[in-house]
Ligand binder design. Sequence first.
Ligand SMILES: [Zn+2]
Length: 168
Amino acid sequence: MEGIVVSGPGRYLPDPTEGIINSADLPQAKVIRRSRNFAHRPCPRCGKSCFRQTTYTRVLHDLGDLVLGRPRDVHLEYSQHRCTRCKKFFNADTTEYALPRAHYTHRVVSLAVRLVVEDGLPYQAASWHLWRDHRVFVPFATIQNWVEAGGKKGSPPNVDELSRLGPG
Ligand SMILES: [Zn+2]
């Protein structure tokens, strides 16, 4: 048995996850719970206050926990409402955290796009950097989609909102 390896400034420690390519083998994510679950919400079309019909949970991959070396997932609970006047369903707004149907928080997308657009990293290298230094697994093809979908130089949306997510 070897003793505990103490890491010091500037000391090189190989990443124990290097070479893992199957995301099922990655360390288990730490779960952060957030709620956009409301009893009533105003209808976006007519403004009528509408009862909650049901509740859903979105899982969003966030920047990881570097102290524990684990990924971090936001479990974002949100309510779905039905407007009896418009006869339409609508969801509580979750865009503070992520774009509709996205699987990653805004700040993961912002960072990934910045690595490619500002730092000039190839997609594969950006993907590895996100995992090694931020403990978030993003396939390089996903990063490519983000960049091509408009990751031009400049501020991504909601950058000021991102800090409010904060660590747990
Ligand atoms: Zn309505």
